[in-house]
Design a protein around this ligand. Structure first.
Ligand SMILES: [Zn+2]
Length: 123
């Protein structure tokens, strides 16, 4: 496969999914399910490029693990991450958004972006 079509394949794979997956899952899905032969290194490198170009959102889990999701045309949302099951729940809370802006404003700043991840376990 040509360089550009490899990147296109990686992008299509992420774009057409609503899941939060790590690079390994994306790589395995491309090769095993879609039968698109791309090397692990190519997939990982292209994901990084897509993140840098703001097409893909990288969600750092803080333990060296990262999950990816498409970012284009998407409303902002934050994540609830279950540490036991790995389940990811998306949420948006207007009150929380406004509160964050208020807090930084009180400290003399303007909010540029934020990452809000709530690590949870089942009750
Ligand atoms: Zn998400």
């Amino acid at each position: 496969m040509r360089y550009t079509s490899q990147r296109q394949a990686v992008w299509d794979e992420i774009k057409n999914s609503t899941e939060h997956r790590d690079a390994e899952e994306i790589y395995l899905h491309l090769n095993n399910r879609k039968k698109i032969k791309v090397s692990r290194a190519t997939v990982y490198r292209n994901i990084d490029v897509l993140v840098k170009n703001k097409l893909v959102r990288k969600m750092d889990l803080g333990d060296g693990k990262a999950l990816y999701e498409p970012k284009v045309d998407e409303d902002h949302h934050d994540h609830i991450i279950c540490v036991e099951t790995g389940k990811i729940t998306e949420f948006y809370n207007e009150e929380l958004e406004l509160l964050q802006e208020k807090i930084v404003s009180e400290h003399g700043y303007k909010l540029v972006r934020h990452v809000h991840q709530l690590f949870v376990k089942p009750k």
